[in-house]
Design a protein around this ligand. Structure first.
Ligand code: GDP
Ligand code: K
Ligand code: MG
Length: 296
């Protein structure tokens, strides 16, 4: 039998290139949240992929982009500090988009990092094979990648090849986590992210990026169900009105959808109680970000 390999792998890339979709595909469960809207993933979530030969701990970083406020600044710092602690980095781009300013920015950051970087061209199901080579060359012009993998996170193309290569590239090492563990994040945080995902799905315009979720309580069985209480935090009264909706209909929908996913995640019946709280400028308040679980 071959030696056991293990290590940490960061996934970076602009928002919406498919990082969370890739994680969810290989973990087979809803851990990192997905959304067509940008900036869905605010904190790093580790997904743990375990086979008899290897254990790969994936870090789903927030997208790196130019800082605009305290939250954005935190996300950039989190992403960069992560990159210096991992064994390999997957730089994911979308095959159906040209190289953009955001990609150039990330590759400039990568120049500082002395770890093997793999170029992952995701969404190849959306492009003609002939269009791939010039795109790959344009990225290789800017950075010396260890390897290049064209994949489709939704269809699965080449994902197994990527995992095999990645496994071989990681150092020989022990299994760090039990084989049935999929994430090392506290369940509170993941539950909060599932609720926030429903807000993103069901609302539009200024609401999504002004939203955070704080899970207050997650215990105590009543009537055979786990009791979960959480606050949806927004910046303005008008946003509170949108989240509650006419006759409370929006809140009801958010609650129904979130409860379904939380029950799947925890494998348990759940009674979910949601409230909305207005907290002005929460995104600029460091202490407040900390209380929500973002390690500023
Ligand atoms: P992230 O911001 O990088 O984590 O991106 P997400 O995983 O949230 O994906 C953004 C959007 O791209 C979602 O609508 C996904 O369904 C879609 N997407 C992700 N991977 C693929 C792929 O391989 N092919 C296609 N066609 N769509 C994809
Ligand atoms: K996204
Ligand atoms: Mg994501």
């Amino acid at each position: 039998m071959s030696e056991h390999h293990s290590g940490f792998v960061a996934i970076i890339g602009r928002p919406n290139v498919g990082k969370s979709t890739f994680m969810n595909r290989i973990l087979g469960e809803k851990i990192a949240i997905m959304s067509p809207k940008a900036q869905t993933t605010r904190n790093k979530i580790n997904g743990i992929y375990t086979t008899p030969d290897a254990q790969i701990v994936f870090v789903d970083t927030p997208g790196i982009h130019k800082p605009k406020n305290e939250l954005d600044d935190y996300m950039d710092k989190a992403a960069l500090s992560t990159l210096n602690q991992v064994d390999a980095i997957l730089f994911m781009v979308a095959a159906d988009e040209q190289k953009g300013a955001g990609d150039a920015y990330i590759m400039r950051q990568l120049a500082e990092v002395k770890k093997p970087v793999y170029l992952i061209l995701n969404k190849i199901d959306l492009v003609k094979p002939d269009d791939l080579l010039p795109l790959i060359e344009s990225y290789q012009h800017d950075y010396d990648f260890a390897q290049v993998f064209p994949i489709s996170a939704t269809m699965g193309n080449n994902v197994d090849d990527l995992l095999t290569s990645l496994t071989a590239a990681l150092p020989v090492g022990p299994q760090y986590y039990p084989e049935d563990q999929l994430t090392d994040h506290p369940e509170y945080f993941v539950v909060g992210e599932l609720i926030r995902e429903k807000v993103l799905e069901l609302t539009r315009d200024e609401v999504p990026h002004a939203t955070a979720v704080q899970v207050e309580r997650m215990k105590d069985r009543e009537g055979g169900k786990l009791q979960i209480e959480a606050y949806i935090i927004v910046e303005r009264d008008s946003q509170k009105g949108i989240i509650i909706g006419r006759g409370g209909q929006m809140m009801k929908q958010i609650g129904i959808r979130a409860r379904r996913d939380i029950e799947n995640l925890l494998g348990d019946k759940v009674n979910l109680k949601l409230w909305v709280r207005v907290q002005k400028n929460w995104r600029d308040n460091n202490a407040y970000l900390k209380s929500l679980g973002y390690n500023t």
